[in-house]
Design a protein around this ligand. Structure first.
Ligand code: BV8
Length: 248
């Protein structure tokens, strides 16, 4: 039995009229066994992901960066969606005014059944030709020799947004519009440090939305949130789905 208590106000809001916006980060995949970016286990071979997830790192040593991403693809493939992912997919299936916006690139939301996923930072499962800029889905467990190559002969890069790169215009525009229109925002599993994604709850709050933070730790968002549910997303999001009258 969970010790987490949802306020009456939140119970009313989650079952009431929307739109509802959910914003997720690496913490919702933590209970699937995937390392978060900034958690103690977030380092890769003692390296800081922040130094690997940049165009400069890729230009300097594409094989090194590809080893990092090939490792993350393998980890993500071995991982299974957890109750947090499943609860979000169930809430989306139950109402068409529910939008999931994620910073995650692991594909677990999609594997849990979420259909309308707005990916702000791209995906491990899409590769982009550095010459043609075309992106294709590639679900192979083993990419073979690194860096993988396009048929045109040029290198392929991970289809993710690196630090210092702009987010897909369409994605951030749609997410910002959804933030302006949302009545309820669920922010789960993010340290709220990376912009422009971290700015979305503030946009929603300024437009009158009720902002709920779901995280075992406090973050820069905590002071702005209307309600904090302190605990793991895999335990809390199913409670929210249940309060919304949705079995997950
Ligand atoms: C941009 C994809 C315009 C790759 C990622 C200087 C130069 C250039 C840019 C900047 C600069 N200074 C600031 C910036 C802007 C920069 C930024 O915000 N930097 C921060 C660090 C200060 N942003 C950008 O560069 C963005 N682009 O601004 O373009 C521009 C262009 C040029 C120059 C200037 C501006 C691009 C940002 C996207 C970067 N790509 N990922 C990849 O994945 O490899 S971001 C990366 O961090 C991941 O996507 C991740 O999702 C994201 C955020 O991290 P979180 O998801 O929050 O994960 P984290 O580990 O941090 O936290 C996990 C949380 O979960 C914790 O709070 C923990 O308590 C909690 N948790 C743990 N377990 C659980 C849990 N919660 C619930 N349940 C649990 N069980």
């Amino acid at each position: 039995m969970s010790s987490i208590r949802l306020s009456d106000s939140l119970r009313e809001r989650i079952a009431g009229p929307g739109p509802i916006l959910a914003l997720t980060g690496a913490g919702v995949s933590a209970e699937s066994g995937l390392a978060t970016f900034r958690g103690p286990e977030g380092l890769w071979e003692g390296r800081d992901p922040m130094e690997l997830a940049t165009p400069e790192a890729f230009a300097q040593d594409p094989v090194d960066v590809w080893r990092f991403y090939a490792w993350r693809r393998r980890m993500a493939l071995q991982a299974k969606p957890n109750p947090a992912h499943l609860a979000l997919a169930a809430m989306e299936a139950a109402r068409d005014d529910f939008l999931l916006v994620t910073q995650n690139v692991d594909g677990l939301h999609e594997r849990a059944g979420s259909r309308r996923v707005l990916r702000l930072h791209g995906s491990l499962w899409w590769l982009r030709c550095v010459a043609e800029d075309a992106e294709n889905e590639d679900l192979r467990e083993d990419l073979g020799e690194l860096p993988p190559r396009c048929e045109c002969g040029a290198m392929l890069r991970p289809g993710v947004v690196w630090f210092g790169e702009s987010l897909p215009h369409e994605a951030i525009e749609t997410a910002s519009r959804a933030a302006h229109e949302a009545r309820l925002v669920l922010v789960a599993g993010t340290s709220s440090l990376v912009y422009p994604a971290a700015g979305l709850p503030g946009i929603a709050s300024a437009s009158g939305a009720y902002v709920v933070e779901i995280n075992p730790e406090r973050t820069p968002l905590s002071a702005l949130a209307d309600e904090r549910l302190e605990g793991p997303a895999g335990e809390i999001l199913p409670l929210l789905a249940e309060a919304a009258g949705v079995a997950s």
